[in-house]
Structures are given as C-alpha cells and as structure tokens.
Ligand binder design. Sequence first.
Ligand code: SF4
Length: 73
Amino acid sequence: MPPIIDLNKCIKCGQCVDICTEDVFYGSKEGEVPTVTYPKECVHFSGCVYVCPVPGAIRLRFPLPILLVYKPE
Ligand code: SF4
C-alpha cells in the first residue's frame, strides 16, 4: 500500500523522495509535496517514514500479510 502524506504537515523537503529505492514518488518536483505516482511499487521498507523530519507527515499502510508478521520496534 502506498505511503500517505499529510499535506498539512509536509514541509516539502523531498527526503522521502530521495531515500525511496523504488519509483513510488516518480516525477515529484523539488519544493512540492511529493506525488505518490506508482503506489504499487512500494516495498514497505519504511525509509521514507524514518527519514522524514516531521513526525506524522508520512506514514505507510501495511498490507495484511505484512501486518501479520510485522513487529514494531
Ligand atoms: S520527508 Fe516528510 S516532510 Fe519531507 S517531503 Fe517527505 S513527507 Fe514531506
């Protein structure tokens, strides 16, 4: 499931775009809220969430099969 960006919290720094190893944010423009272009490309490694400097600005929705084995730190 794709990342969800809170438009009211995002400061448009682009760090989530830079760290994403897939094409999830493909075509996002610098200085704008990132665009989730290819949501199905998300592999849920959570780099975007960890690198985001604003708590709650971005979060992931984990698919049920991943939730079943997911263990929060
Ligand atoms: S890292 Fe967080 S604050 Fe920066 S662009 Fe991405 S969602 Fe917005």
